[in-house]
Design a protein around this ligand. Sequence first.
Ligand code: MG
Length: 338
Amino acid sequence: MSEVGDLIVKFQKNEHKITGLLDVDTVADLKNAIYKATSVLPERQKLLGFKIKGNQLTDDLILSSLKLKPNSKIMLIGSTEDELAKVAEPPSDIPEVINDFDIEEEEIAIESREEFLSKVERRVKEYKIKILNDPRPGKKLLVLDIDYTLFDHRSVAENVVELMRPYLHEFLASAYADYDIVIWSATGMKWIETKMKGLGVEGNPNYKISFYLDSDAMISVHTPKYGVIEVKPLGVIWGKFNQWSAKNTIMFDDIRRNFIMNPQSGLKIRPFKKAHFNRNTDTELLELAKYLTDIAELDDFTVLCHKKWERYNKHKHSKPSRSNVDKSTGEKSSEDKT
Ligand code: MG
């Protein structure tokens, strides 16, 4: 039994030194130590920067198995209880964690895609979905991000409705005709519920949301371009619901890398920022509603290239042709790539 050297935990813009842990201590002990340093509760901590292969960072892992070097840097994503208490009071000020990576100098093993898929499987098994409204037979699936997609979470306002993207309710009501709707945000469930209530999405008489997914349903992957990132694999939903697949699912997000595990199903929307300046002119959701309606008649979304959604021609696709799709890979031909 010996001491693990000092560890550096990077949280938001600060670095915290964690000392005194033993190699027989567990990840749970580490999380408690991090809690004392940062006020982020263990269950809200997401830790990145370990060189563990395959398995997730479970609480019962012994620290010696992580092969930590003294002064290893760990990145913490999470919210303090103070911040959570403020969630109901706009403006919400969630740390913009998504670009908060400066641990790239750390050597993080490049994991194989197999390992990412096993992480997805694990989410399918372990992540509990609370169904708000039962999926309806025959409906396609629309998965929506919140921040900068439906809502400008960074601007200052008297209440959340001022920061709502224009036509949000019209968009959701229109989509609901053909799609069951799922909200997936890289924040915690409490934030999601609060925002959806505040925006009047929850309990809206004109449409229903099937369920919410939060950051715990995401997985971390390593890519050469971005380093370690948290992403939203649709496989988590597809593994739980047989009726949905790449053929009938579409996902909107303002960050393309969120759908890195299923790029063909993702549509990168323009972010909605500076609500006070843009709320009289932003018509993205109106136009996207039309696109969703137009493609809803297709049996197979994998023939689509969502990057070109604004130029989608309903008539061209009304008899879906697969001639421009390479059947062996399912990849679009070069003509279709942008
Ligand atoms: Mg977003």
